[in-house]
Design a protein around this ligand. Sequence first.
Ligand SMILES: [Zn+2]
Length: 311
Amino acid sequence: MAATERDAAGRISRRTLLAGTGVGLGLLFTAAPSAHAATLRDGSWTNPALGYFPNGGHFGAPRGDASHAGQDITNSVGTAVYAAAAGTVIRRQWGGGLPGRTGNALVISHGGGRYTYYGHLDAYRVSLNQAVSAGQRIGDMGATGNVTGPHLHFEIHSGGLGSVVNPVPYTGARGVDLGGGWSALDPDARGQRVRAVQHLLNQRGHGLQADGWLGPTSTEAVKAFQRGSGLVADGQVGPLTWPEIVYSLSQGANGHHVRALQTVLNKHSAGLVVDGDFGSVTNSAVRGFQSVNRLVVDGLAGAITWRALVG
Ligand SMILES: [Zn+2]
C-alpha cells in the first residue's frame, strides 16, 4: 500500500512548506468565524478525483529531508481527474516545472495567487493556456514519475505559486470532501450543482428558475424541503440534505430530476442536452461517468453515483 510510496513528487524545502502552512493557517483560523467560513462554500470548488487517502500520502508527511507538499488520492490508472476550480492551465509539463516534482503534471491558475497542481497523470485532456471550468475533466490518473503506484498528487497553492497549503482543510472549508463525501453548498452559492438542486426541487412541484443561484427564493424552497424531510431548515445543501433530495434514476425516467442529473453530468464534461429525458445517450453518460470513477457500472444513478457527481 501507499505507506511505501517513495515518490519525490512534491518535494519542496521544509522552509517553503512551513511558510506556506503559515499562510493557510492564518486564513483558516484568524479570519474564520462561522459566518465567514460559510461564505466559502459558494459552489466554486469541486473534488478533483475519486479515491482514497493512502497511508503516508498526507500533506506534510516526511519525504527524506523535505515534506510532502500535497494530498495523494489513490485509484487506478485512467481514473478521471477534474479541475478543482475554474481557471487557466498555466503548466502542462513534467513536474509542472516546479522543483522536486516528477511525472506528467498540470498547474491551473485560479486567480488571486491561487493554484492547483495535479501530478503523476497518465494523460492530459486539456491544452496549455486552456480555460477550464470546475469539474471539467482535465486528465487521467496515472503513475508517471517517481512513484510506486498510481495516484493523483494534488496540491493547492495560496498566496503565490510555491506557497502550498494543506488541501484537505482548504477544500473542506469550501464544501468539498477530498475523501469522496457529499459536497456542501451554502445560501448564495452558484453553479451547476445549484442548478441541479433547483431542478430537483422543481420535480417536487416548485417553480424555480434554474439559474444556478441559491438566492432567497431557492433558499426558501430548500428550507421548505428540509422542513418536510425532518431536516434542520438552514437552507444549506450538504451531506444530510443531498441524500434526501436526489432521486435514483435509470433509463426511461423523464422529468426535472433527470435535468438535474444531466446538469451535473455536464459539470463533468458529459456534453448532454438537458432535456429531462433519460434515454440511451444519458444512459451512456452515466455509465461512462461510473466507469472512469471506478464505480459499479450499472447505469443507475443512485446515491453513490450522485455523491460522486456533486462532490
Ligand atoms: Zn504525493
